[in-house]
Design a protein around this ligand. Sequence first.
Ligand code: GLC
Length: 466
Amino acid sequence: MRVLFPVWELEPFIKVGGLGAVARSLPNALKQAGVDIRVVLPHYKATKMFHQRKQVLGTMYVLYGGKLIPITVSVISFLHTDIPVYLLANKHYFDKPIPETFAVFAGAVAQLVTSKLLQGWRPDVVHCNDNHCGLIPLLFNVQNIKIKTLLTIHCLSHQRKSPVVFATRLGIPIGKLRLSQWETKQKQLNFMTEGITHADMVTTVSPTYLKEIQTEELGVGLDDLVRENISKTTAILNGIDYTLHDPSTNVVLAKRYNLQSDLEQVKRVNKAYLQKKFGLPVKRDVTVIGFVGRLDVNQKGIDVLHRMISREEFDKCQFVIMGHGKESWEERFGTLATFLPNTVSVRTTYDEDLASLIYAGSDYVLIPSHFEPCCLIQMYAMRYGAIPIARATGGLNDTINDGVNGFLYRSPTARVLKETITKALVIKNTKPQDFQKMIVSAMETNFSWDKSAKEYITLYHHLVGN
Ligand code: GLC
């Protein structure tokens, strides 16, 4: 099975969000399960190469708006694996993402799979990711490229609404586009709509999210389209890479550990280290509650978190918050830390090492998301024995077993979040043995990619008809 995996971010070369982590770990799991997988993405200027040698394969041309756009294709190897990663370079379109980048990217992927640059390698399936790849399936149809396409929706909210010319410049006839008659006079092309409509199959990254996006509340205007395409849509839960996220080998921790360790003692040491790192009073009897994630108010529920910390009283709790986002939200959280220096500490840059320290040193990790296609934070937290307290939405609902390895709540309000934390604190403070059991259960929960990779492989076979 040969699979090409176009994606717009790829950890550790270029990381924006959770998709970058999935793009790193899923291909690896697929490769180990025997798939000949290759990744392709634009060669942004900001791509970190880790001293890898890139091999230039040659230049190809994409016809876009009547002009031939030269694209240099090179290949590097994924770190520690021999998965080829194709980098597509063009100064104007790919140095950094601009509005037309992903129209040209679609043209480039179509060109790549039919070009000689891959030296005879031709994918059986092109596994597209998110809106960035939305035009690829339609372009394959228009160009009569007989390769099956799968679109994975990592987040339906980002749809890439664009001028129609982005598609027509690629040679896609306007009649093939699914333009809504109710849109503005200046009709808009929607990359996500085109992807869902024209991909041979569609997946979401959790079963609950697939249910939710069929509702008006969480369907971000595409619920009818998702329902219309439901017979070709399934859900495959994300996983995490257990080698990359391992508290027994992570050298940045004050104390490394695994399930055999004295977890109470380990947590104490790692908690003290975290408190020190974040400039909080180092106290044993304090509960540390972490938050790691983008300060994105629409998705991540940071408004609820902020309201809760500013309005509610907490006895012997400290909040450690790390994430970047809009300046106004960074400022708001910064102000909380200024006025509550003994209870709140905030870092507004994302740092992988600090994230591990938070998972290892916190008692709980909060994930108050308004919606969440899957989320990986709860999986990392559980792997490190921090108990997630999360809104019962999307993948959080599918990965957390309420009262067993975490806590779930429904109503997205500061009051309900506070009540859930209080419930969690009662267990920790009055039933320490039950709390230890929860920690063990969280650490034992298996989120490795093995199962999900097999599910993708089944879909690939289904697509190619064997
Ligand atoms: C997006 C989603 C997140 C998901 C990730 C990887 O970042 O917001 O929920 O885990 O993609 O699929």
